[in-house]
Design a protein. Structure first.
Length: 197
């Protein structure tokens, strides 16, 4: 999947449906203090519980890129996250996802901070209701260290797609994470003695 930013991803009604989807499963929200965020998932097993408008949008968004990439993408996972120092120190070091998803749309819903996403060493700046396309399984991606002040937040929606012709999993092992961190150390400032995994 070619990395690029798309704008005006969701309509106002679709954003309201995203809020409804979050409310529907709010008791399943996971607090990930090691990343400084909350996370709420609709997996393949319950993705059909999403509002119809979001299912339609997810499928319409990927159709264009499926045709471009000649990939057989299927919508499999919907994730809502919010970074906020109420939940720990927000951080997202260089990594590849533990997943089989080769098509991902990362949409910034709302934020009062600027926090670039890096993909294979290239920074991308998202604004409200814009999204970055990437291959979360095979591409290194991260955000630079940033200290969030009280009240700072960043809300994201992740749409993950499986290529039915290429369902291989990536396992983000400690050695893989260390290798990726060393690869991008000239950008992030990472050193081998910082390894904690």
């Amino acid at each position: 999947m070619e990395n690029r930013i798309i704008y005006n991803v969701f309509t106002e009604d679709e954003i309201k449906d995203i809020e409804s989807a979050a409310s529907l499963k709010k008791d399943d929200t996971e607090i990930q203090t090691f990343l400084g965020r909350t996370r709420l998932d609709y997996s393949f097993n319950d993705i059909d519980k999403l509002p119809k408008s979001l299912l339609n949008k997810a499928n319409s968004l990927i159709k264009e890129f499926s045709d471009q990439d000649k990939r057989n993408y299927s919508f499999r996972y919907f994730t809502l996250v919010e970074y906020n120092n109420e939940f720990g120190m927000p951080q997202l070091g260089p990594h590849k996802d533990t997943c089989a998803f080769t098509g991902t749309i990362l949409c910034q819903l709302e934020s009062n901070v600027s926090w670039d996403l890096y993909v294979d060493g290239v920074p991308y700046t998202l604004v409200h209701n814009s999204a970055l396309l990437l291959n979360a399984r095979d591409q290194d991606h991260w955000r630079m260290y940033k200290e969030f002040n009280e009240g700072d937040y960043l809300k994201m929606v992740f749409l993950h797609y499986l290529d039915l012709d290429d369902p291989e999993m990536n396992e983000a092992t400690p050695d893989q994470l260390h290798e990726i961190n060393m690869k991008w150390a000239h950008i992030t400032g990472y050193t081998a003695d910082q390894r904690t995994y």
